[in-house]
Write a protein that binds this ligand. Sequence first.
Ligand SMILES: [Zn+2]
Length: 452
Amino acid sequence: MSVFKMPAKLLKEIEAIIAKFWWCQSEAGNGIHWKSWGSMGIIKSQGGLGFRDFISFNRALLAKQLWRMIKVPQSLVSRVFKEKYFLNCDVMEAELKGSPSYIWRSIWSSMNLVKEGLVWRVGNGRDISIWKDKWLPRPVTYQVQTPPNILDPNCRVSDLINESSKSWKEDLVKTIFCKEETDLILSIPISRRGASDKKIWAGSTRGIFTVKSAYHMDTCLSKRRRGEPSSGGEDAGMWKDLWKLEAPGKIRMFVWGSLSNVLPTKDVLYRKNILKDNLCPICTREPESVIHALWSCPAARDVWGADSSKLKKWNSSFCDFQQLWKDMSTRLDSEELQMTAVKFQLLWKRRNAFVFKNQFMSPESISTLAQAEVSMLREANSMDSRGVEGGVSATVASRHWKAPEWPAVKVNFDASFDKLQKRGGIGIVVRDWEGKLKACLTSSRKNVFTAA
Ligand SMILES: [Zn+2]
C-alpha cells in the first residue's frame, strides 16, 4: 500500500467489511449502518470517529515516496526513476508517458497532493518563480494573487532581493504587490549567507513531511472538491469536551451516539420506516427522540428531579440533545458532567429493560447505580495516580531531592509490600550536604503478611 496504488474497488470493499463489523452485531451481518463511512472518517474533534479513508491513506503513503524523490534526488531510487521517466525536467514536472511501470504510475498519482503541500522557503530566491510557485507565508494558497504588471511573469524572487545588502527591494515590492502581499513579502527573512531556496511541506508546522499531515490534507482536498466545508466550525468545542470527559469509553461512545442521533429511538426508527409509530414506549405521549428519552420524558424528569445537583431546577425545554449537552458542558464542572453522562446511559439501559424485559428501575435506583459507578471510576483513577500499594507514588517521585544543611546528613527510606507473594522490602539511602552517597541498604523479606 505504501508503494502501490490499490484498486479503489478493493479499498471500498475493505471499508465495507469494517463498517459491517462496527455496526452489525450478528454474524449474518444484518444491522443498520447509522452513519456513512465518510462521516465516521471525520476526525473526533469534528464529530466523527477518525476512521481511515483508505483511498486518501493510500495516496498519502504514495506521496511519501514522491516527497523522498524531491528531497533526496541523489538516492538510487530517485536516479533510476529520473533516468527512465523525467530525464530532462524536475520530478514535479514529470508527465505520464508511454507505458510506465505500475509502481511509477502509483507514485505519480500522488502528484496533485504533493503539489498542494509543497511550498518554498526563501533563501536567495533564485529557484522560486514569483507568480508560479508557492512561497508566501499565507496558508491555503501560498501563491501571489497580484497579477504580473511591471515584471515579466517568469521573474524569480531573487529579482526582488538586493543582492549586496541581502534585503528586499522595498520600493519595487510596494509598487508591484497589493498591501497585504507587500507586508507578507517584507516579513520574510532573507538568508544572509545566500543559502539556496528550500522545498518544505506546508502540512506540518516544522515543514517536515508526515503521512498523517498528508492524509489530513488529502481529505480536506477531497471535501473541497465535493464542495463540503472542511472544519466542524462551532461544534468543534462540543466534541472536544466530549472526548476530554473522564469516563469509560462506553459512556463517551454512548454520548457520541446520542449527539450524532444514532441512538435507535422509536422516532429514528419510525423515520427509517422500520416502526409504524414513534411514541415514547414509557409515557406514550410524545415522539421518542433522543432528547425526549434522556431528558424531557416525565420518567426521565423524575430522575433529574431527584438529583441533588444543579440539574434539579433546569429548564426541560431543549429542542435537541446537542443543545442540552453544549449547555451542560458550559455550566457543569467536569465531575458533574461525568455523573450526568453516566446517568444518560443508565436511563437508556432502563428504557431498553422496559421495552425488551418489561422491567423498570426506580429513579432512586438509577441515582444509586450512577453514584456507585462514578465512585468506582474515581477510585480507579486515584489508584492510577497513587501508584500500586507500597510503591513510589507519582507525586513523591516527581518531587526534587534537596540536600541538607552542612554538616548534617539526610536519610531517605522507603518500603514496599507485595500482598500476593507475601514479600516485603526496604531501602535506605544516606547522603551528605553535597548529595554524595554515604551509605545505603536494601533488604527483602519473605513471609510478610501485613504492610504494618
Ligand atoms: Zn416519554
